[in-house]
Design a protein around this ligand. Structure first.
Ligand code: KIV
Length: 286
């Protein structure tokens, strides 16, 4: 969405991106510094994903993360986000009891967290409809929906075979018809993602769904090389910051043990005896 660089990205601007031939960039963020970095990279959307459970909180899957934990991180990301559209992921159990529960929790994300939209996993047009009626913009999410982990029997590619293809296409149309403004497609065959993207008016945002989607999303920690446990083929690592961080922290530990840190230049003198030019004017910054 190059033409919108200077102003805030809105839900209608995202919804109409395919009509303008614009490809959407979405990244996850979970706290103030990651939000600042994603914002500086020019992402159109920042998603506080329930992947928080795995990449930040250390769980083996996304099921355990709670509304309160998600809200805590949505607020931090809000403080670091200016231009990108802020989307909060509805965690497992926050909308599964029905439309009333879904609306109550989604409204918390907008009122208490400052989110501008929510994302919900699965083919749940009745929930999408209720949220949209309550003025909550909704991003759908189909394919490998990690909250369905146990039903799927693991993290597996979805939408393979005629029946599964038809079901996913029907679900995508139902989510759009219910009022979603965009749709994440995760881990499905590229040809199916291309077909869904062709048929829908709203943008598809792919993760492991091939190049024909209207946008792409990756998890912050995967892209930067912080998450060592899962290495699906759709993750391109643009950096190895986990390795770099380990090396930097080990260098600090070695310097401390060898007496190389801190040096005199990294220490303070008594102002009464210090040379003026060696005494910093302030402790932090200018
Ligand atoms: O939780 C998450 O990070 C997500 C993205 C992978 C789309 O749902």
């Amino acid at each position: 969405m190059a033409d919108a660089r200077l102003s805030r990205i809105t839900v209608p601007a995202v919804a109409t991106a395919p009509a303008r031939g614009e490809r959407l960039v979405m990244l996850t963020a979970y706290d103030y510094p990651s939000a600042r970095l994603v914002e500086a990279a020019g992402a159109d959307l920042v998603l506080v994903g329930d992947s928080l459970a795995m990449v930040v909180l250390g769980h083996d899957d996304t099921l355990a993360v709670t509304m309160d934990e998600m809200l805590h991180h949505v607020r931090a990301v809000r403080r670091g986000t200016e231009r990108a559209l802020l989307v909060a992921d509805m965690p497992y159990g926050s909308f599964h009891l029905g439309p009333e529960q879904a609306v109550a929790n989604a409204v918390r994300f907008l009122k208490e967290g400052g989110a501008e939209a929510v994302k919900i996993e699965g083919a749940r047009p009745e929930i999408v409809r209720a949220l949209v009626a309550a003025e909550v913009p909704v991003m759908g999410h189909l394919g490998l929906t990690p909250q369905s982990l146990h039903r799927f029997g693991g993290f597996r590619v979805q939408g393979r075979g005629q029946e599964a293809r038809a079901a996913l296409l029907a679900a995508a149309l139902a989510v759009e018809e219910a009022g979603a403004f965009s749709l994440v497609l995760e881990c499905i065959p590229s040809a199916l993602a291309a077909e869904v993207s062709e048929v829908l008016t709203i943008p598809t945002i792919g993760i492991g769904a091939g190049p024909a989607c209207d946008g792409q999303v990756l998890v912050f920690h995967d892209l930067l090389g912080f998450e060592p446990r899962l290495a699906p083929r759709f993750v391109r690592r643009y950096a190895e910051l986990g390795r770099d961080a380990r090396e930097a922290l080990a260098a600090f530990a070695a310097d401390v043990r060898a007496g190389r840190f801190p040096t005199a230049a990294e220490s303070y003198d008594d102002p009464a005896t210090a040379q003026p030019e060696t005494e910093p004017a302030r402790i932090y910054g200018a």
